[in-house]
Design a protein. Structure first.
Lengths: 502, 502, 502, 502
């Protein structure tokens, strides 16, 4: 039957027979596939597939794989054809208390209008997202110090606002890699959009279209690249984020395709030779596996590594400076290195004719204690200025941005633009396209207001002189607290309410 | 009937017919007004008026509008005359649980004598004020970082007190803009006094009169300007705070009037080309609107922006340095720029013959991450001294002042006086005039005591030498905490009580 | 009857007739006194006496007044003689819930052996002391910033311990003002010992005798000066702390008496021209007065100022440098200025031939934001060394000392000795003499152990080289926290317990 | 009977007769011993032995004494021979609620696979270990400031990662004291392993063998030295940690034995002339003694000092630099000084031909406020480099290490290797050998991953240039918090859930 063009409709019981490592079939979107030979090659490991051997794997498959995955990677001979889904026994999943509680929280979630800033979406998403999805999006490396430092580093900078400037008309528009944008921020690339919303990354595309915001398309999207490009309007600018494959011919093909579909920039990720250890993600994975884990207690090291590892095994850890010339030879898109974390690496990029860098630590998801981008930016820009490169070479940052004031600080220091990732995922996961649109609108409102209050009417007038950034390089690691003394101290209290005496 | 001098008494049902955008009447203080034509011009938007179309709007009208508003802005032809209020159906507002709980808290509020400092009033006010009023007074921009930094920045300064100085007699008196004052602090301008107390700003005037304290009259007072001036004694000094209108003829008229009524200083607000986003205020507004908000969930961006936006649309964002000469030409009052936030802007003000500046970030209500005034003061004064301007040019600060030590620090650094806003609003909202009087008395007591302990008997002897201000420019943004380690650490505890064994 | 030598026994009803401002008698320790004329002169105000007019005032009188007070200050003509106490109606004080709860806590207090350090006593005392007593001892000025900074400033200093030093024999002995002491710390002067323990300051004297520790006798002791001296052994060293009276003849008499009784040092308090505002103390006072306070709500400023004000009205705010020569003329005791808070004042003291200073801010009870003594010490000693005065002039510090490491840090910086006050009061209040003895023993044990671990065997070898004091002058005032982000962040957690499924 | 070769079986009642100071027998592992004469010499004091006089002391004996203790220290004449254990009355220990609760927690402990990092083991151990054992392992000196600073000091350092480096192959191997090791960390010496696990230190030996990690054998092990060496494989490297005995002949014998059994390094502890005061440990001891403690309340100073003191009385406080030459004369093992805490002491060690030092403060268990090793390292290495000693002289650190990033920071600064103690004890106490193995594996995984993300493939390429260590010497001791203001501030909150109205 396999390979046969005139395929007959398969039944559930037929598929179910192939439920082992020796013969492993799975159903995805109503069609059966023979993945027996593919098992050892599966980037996410074979155990996750075997869990669905003989069964319908659609729900688990979707968020992790773009829809064209099976066509691309599984020989058509393994495509077994449609299954009569009514004959497939639905597993009685029992009562999932966690999911029930989540559904209850979703019913009570606040209206979109009650979200007044990007952090509000995060608070809502934390309550309404599936635990595994939340864990994947929100997690960072190790102790998540860098994850949080990314945000709090912005707090080390204060403004020096000008007054008595005519700010009747304020414009937030700018140009990024030579293309106009309504704002100096963009939606950066993040993986696995369907974990948060069934429509995945195209939600972001649509909201970006509404607001004339640049979107960077991720290699590891849940939607296929083409779906994302198709969802854009003619006037929309999209960039492409690239994880470089060990097999450069695949990379070449992907890059060529992105360029042909109109992408205006190639962002090569350089901070992820291997995807990071994110313990929240790993823990959420673990609990999914239920009681069988218990059996192995004490016996062997569990290799479960969360979603991040499952999807990234193709990435080439050998990628190096030597490869850059080759990239320049295969595309005319401006090339930007995403994830640069040192001054000297930035200068090297500028010197070899790269268009720019994104100073980034991958959202705090890779190396804990990597520096925050905003702090690094304050070191990078003077070095570029000293070499006269601050105009020709574009510097972007991402990580921890939640407020327009964050963006304004980066622009004052010299960034060309600022990438925002998680906040839009949270808006999308909670409220879909409308959520992302409101998130962008709120940020635009904040930005216009705050430029006015800074006494600045155009993006190009944002200068270091408007900042007090002296606090930037200072680390304030609190000394340990003296518990005994803290316990003995009787804190002052304001006058309390009177107790009515009846 | 409208415009008719011999107006007949209107009835509730008659008014109620005009309850739409097409014909919109409202009742205020027992008189009906036709505001149909005025709807599109209402600075606070028309929806808030339509909520009361055909009904009695007095309760909502009062805190936001000085009593002369309707006379000033609505043509007399739209004044429809008295309404027989017994015929107006009172809306059954149902049981307002929140208000009932508040009334209960008011019954149990502590006696005035139990308030020992300015912060005590704040704690009481938080419990007894209406939520919307509290939200309007207490809120700040964005994450309220500057709001709180204003207060905590004072904590970066320590004293270097002198001993063995004869401090039998201590005087806190000084002169502000050439007029004597019993103390070097003043009541600064704050909007919408009737939100906190039905008598509004005149409470502040009366307490200021009792204690010989200068009051700055706000443009956006709930009481009319004349009511506030009338409430003052002959010997009382009042200043006028000005929001500049897009229509300069209105501004000219207001300034001339203030001068004619005896105001001794003109404080032009320069840090508010647009009033800030204050999310607490916005959120409190939102909840007021009840269930109809829900209907629009997911559909459109809600434009509700809290009280601040509603009252400020007349302010001119084009106000600039070029306007200053004009102001000098229209008044003989000394002109002070309120809201200056940079050293160079201060110097510019001094150089063009302005009498002084108030270093201020508008109580943390405008641009988050604007610097605290006390920190800015420490940068401004050396620059003025270097130019020999420290005596002729008066520098004031406001924001975050809660203790006499705060005031003493500012004066040691070189401030002429210190403005205090919210604490007096909280005292007024909780205890009326007596509250404000006690608040001032407490501050005077603290000040006299602390001057004595500093070894200083006169305001003019407060000098930088009495401070250790080395900590001022340091930002201490705590590094992210290591949650796992914090959770694993077993804190030391003092010996516990013995458990009786029976 | 008054003034009559052959006094008859008075009865309760007789005394009770004199219960007003016009004729005010009170009973103290079984004897009646006519205090009518004395009312206006009472340093603590007359209202507190009138509360006991016609009644037995012993319980309120005792902690505040040394036993010889009535003999000293009330003419013998006003001593009315003994009262038949069985005829005095005991006031039914009703059920005092607070006191009952305290008695319950006392029953369950931990054994003395469970206290392992000075902070343990503080934790116990907080639970078992009367609220007013705890409030008086533990309170500080204003926001109690200096109170706590005194302790935490020691945390800014780390050690640089030597190793491979023969530390078989370690000695903590030293000499203070030329007299030997077993340790380089002393019990400093604190007021109103009977608030904490019925025997008052003699508890401290006895424990000091046991351990060969110097005690500084306070002017404001609950015990009389002579009682305290009498309680000492022959070999014990005592110093005398002096509040200077407006009437210098009283001061001269007191000083001469102290010298004649063998005091070895005169410590003149210079940081208290007026006693501080301590709000905890004020609040505790307030609640004592019960419901009648309520009556005055809103009407007038309450002048209740806590215990501190009640006892200190005789102190001369005019005391100045000019007085020092006079002090040198009236005593041969070495004179030390207690409460110096600046480098220049220290140098001035050294230059005019004073024996030493105590760098102190009065335990954080006077001026909030006064510098901690340990921080000041680090500035003072280099200035003294630069003038060659570090040996001849003795510098002491007090405030915030809880650990031997605190003392060692002070000594390394150059202090001759360290005063400790509250911790011994807490030990005394909780466990009496045995408590103070154990507290001293614990501190000695810590000191010997820590000198050994520092690689030092003698007090005179404690040098600045053993410290890393670079952190001292840094102020770390935390930036305001970003509440929204803090609320949205999902902290990492260690693996939880498994939930048993039955 | 005693001393008789043909010993008869003793009975419980016979032994029980010898239950006093006059004649004291105890049973250990089924044999009786007469310890009457030994009582005064017992390093842990006699009271602890008398508690078991006439009874079976095995459970208390085991964790504190290596199995060969009785043979070594008690003359064979005091070995009374076997006891018929069935005749020994088991004490009815009643219901131990604490132990029952602990057993319950053990039943619910998470599976080993749920531990993802070293801190996870600590969190589990805290729940499942006996209180006294946890107290002994986890406690530190005084307020445990250094204990926690050891960990948090690492947080002051951030990385400067390189990108675009080929990191396909990463190796963590290195050589320590000339012997190869799979990793640059080792298991450092810690006392009393059987408190945590019945098998004691051999658990660590076995896991070290599995992973090719060096183990440092402690003088104060629960297992005998030979048991620990015997548990190692042929290829395993072991070092020996030495507490120097007052009787140098014992020390000489021990060192010679260690060398003969193949130890590859002699680590002489120099930071413990006396073992520290650890109050958690002392408190846990106290509560063990139950109600009889109560009897002595108020009467005398309790000398109970926790486990640390009980086991360390033999250590020589006279050990000094003069002894070093002697050590060099008695062994060919490279000698390393463990516990050096100053730059000059490090240089002195280097100059007199010592092989290296361990910068260490004994895990924060000796002198509180001793500097963290990582901070000290940053001062030591430049001094060594300036003298050209950084290669020939090996510097190790220990204290506070929990993450591979901690290790990498130390190596970048110049450490040769990093010692880890408590984390492996916690893993052992919770999960035995498998726990320690997983802990090592996790650390290896982290290390390989993080080297890759740093852009480094070999240990020797870890250089200071990869760090931003500017924050290291800064002390951030938080200023006291303003309680009143904190209480009055109304924190921002994200939109809440909607309340369903039914």
């Amino acid at each position: 039957m396999p390979g046969d063009e005139s395929k007959q409709m398969l039944t559930g019981p037929e598929v179910l027979k192939h439920n082992s490592q020796d013969s492993c079939w799975v159903i995805v979107h109503g069609k059966a596939y023979d993945v027996t030979d593919f098992l050892p090659e599966h980037p996410g490991g074979q155990s996750i597939i075997l869990k669905y051997a003989g069964k319908d794997a659609t729900a688990a498959f979707d968020p992790i794989h773009p829809p064209d995955t099976l066509d691309k990677y599984l020989p058509s001979s393994k495509h077994l054809g449609p299954v009569a889904m009514e004959t497939v026994m639905r597993e009685d999943e029992g009562v999932d208390e966690e999911e029930e509680a989540r559904q209850e929280r979703i019913k009570q979630m606040p209206s979109l209008e009650e979200c007044y800033n990007l952090l509000d979406f995060e608070a809502v998403a934390r309550r309404v997202m599936k635990r595994t999805a939340w864990a994947y999006y929100s997690s960072g490396a190790d102790d998540e110090i860098t994850l949080r430092e990314n945000h709090s580093a912005f707090h080390k900078i204060f403004f020096r606002p000008r007054v008595l400037v005519d700010v009747t008309t304020v414009s937030t528009s700018t140009s990024l890699l030579g293309h106009p944008s309504s704002v100096p921020f963009y939606i950066t690339a993040t993986a696995l959009g369907k974990l948060g919303h069934p429509d995945g990354e195209v939600c972001l595309t649509r909201a970006a279209g509404t607001h004339d915001v640049v979107q960077m398309i991720p290699t590891l999207a849940s939607c296929s690249f083409d779906e994302i490009v198709d969802a854009a309007t003619d006037k929309q600018t999209q960039w492409f984020q690239l994880y470089v494959n060990k097999d450069r011919s695949i990379t070449r093909k992907i890059v060529a395709h992105a360029e042909s579909r109109g992408c205006k920039g190639l962002f090569i990720t350089v901070d992820a030779p291997q995807l990071g250890r994110r313990e929240k993600d790993m823990r959420s994975k673990f609990s999914d596996q239920g009681s069988n884990v218990q059996a192995s207690a004490g016996s062997s090291v569990d290799r479960t590594q969360g979603a991040a590892r499952a999807i990234s095994s193709f990435i080439d850890p050998a990628l190096s400076w030597k490869d850059i010339e080759w990239f320049k030879s295969i595309t005319k898109m401006p090339i930007v290195l995403k994830g640069v974390q040192r001054v000297d690496d930035t200068l090297r990029a500028a010197e070899i004719g790269i268009a720019g860098v994104v100073l980034s630590n991958h959202g705090g998801r890779q190396l804990d204690f990597a520096p925050s981008a905003i702090e690094l930016l304050a070191e990078v820009m003077p070095a570029l200025r000293a070499r006269g490169l601050e105009e020709s070479f574009e510097v972007y940052i991402d990580g921890g941005v939640r407020r327009a004031t964050d963006i304004l600080k980066a622009l004052c220091l010299g960034a060309r633009g600022v990438g925002i990732g998680r906040p839009f995922l949270y808006a999308m996961s909670s409220y879909g396209v409308a959520g992302v649109e409101r998130a962008i609108q709120l940020l635009k409102d904040e930005m216009e207001m705050n430029m006015r209050l800074l006494g600045v009417t155009r993006v190009e007038d944002l200068r270091p002189d408007l900042l007090d950034a002296r606090g930037l390089s200072a680390r304030s690691v609190g000394s340990p607290v003296d518990s005994l003394s803290l316990g003995a101290y009787d804190p002052l209290v304001a006058p309390g309410q009177r107790v009515s005496k009846l």
